[in-house]
Design a binder for this molecule. Structure first.
Ligand code: URA
Length: 195
């Protein structure tokens, strides 16, 4: 409730970041080193959203800078994108201790903030990286192997945009054979951005 009110009151991304810096409703901030708000270009046409920062991100204060971030950069590069053209964030902006999965309650507390962040960034296409981001933002119940490669509608609050579910790069590092399918998703993304 407090999160929803706070998130709504932010009129731009800078205000949202400041609000989150001061938000005390999520206990993850106590164990995290710092807030990991976003990276890339908020004016980009595509926004990538992952689950939560890991150790490297917690240190840097930026999302996707560790091993999975390097893979994400390569995948973006392969379709002609870099962080100057894409905006990147996570559903949960603080690192859960020991990289554990955020609890449903932690996710629920953070949800109004990431929703507002998407609304304010106003991308044309939202890409959900992995099952947690996909289920949280797109309301799917099935696993990512069933939802990846599928296009969804996402209501930002301002308008409906297209949303694509794909594998999380951390999963691709563990299961490199699945990169073939992720590549298909990124080609579909490229087509949607250029077509
Ligand atoms: N995994 C995520 O979901 N987000 C990050 O920022 C890094 C790893």
């Amino acid at each position: 409730m407090a999160a929803r009110e706070a998130a709504k009151s932010a009129q731009n991304l800078d205000e949202l970041r400041v609000l989150l810096e001061g938000f005390e409703g999520c206990m993850l901030r106590m164990t995290a080193t710092r807030l990991v708000f976003a990276d890339g270009n908020p004016r980009g046409r595509v926004m990538f959203v992952g689950e939560a920062p890991g150790r490297d991100e917690d240190i840097a204060g930026l999302p996707f800078v560790g091993r999975s971030g390097k893979l994400l950069d390569l995948m973006m590069q392969a379709i002609g994108l870099d962080r100057g053209q894409a905006y990147i964030a996570n559903v949960v902006p603080w690192r859960p201790p020991g990289n554990r999965t955020p609890t449903p309650q932690e996710t629920a507390i953070c949800l109004p903030f990431i929703r507002r962040q998407i609304e304010l960034a106003d991308p044309d296409i939202l890409v959900c990286l992995g099952q947690p981001a996909t289920q949280t933002l797109l309301g799917t119940k099935e696993g990512i192997t069933r939802t990846r490669g599928r296009w969804f509608r996402y209501d930002t609050g301002r308008r409906e945009i297209r949303a694509l579910a794909t594998f999380h790069p951390a999963f691709l590092l563990r299961s490199p054979l699945q990169k073939r399918l992720a590549w298909r998703d990124f080609l579909a993304l490229k087509k949607a951005l250029t077509g």
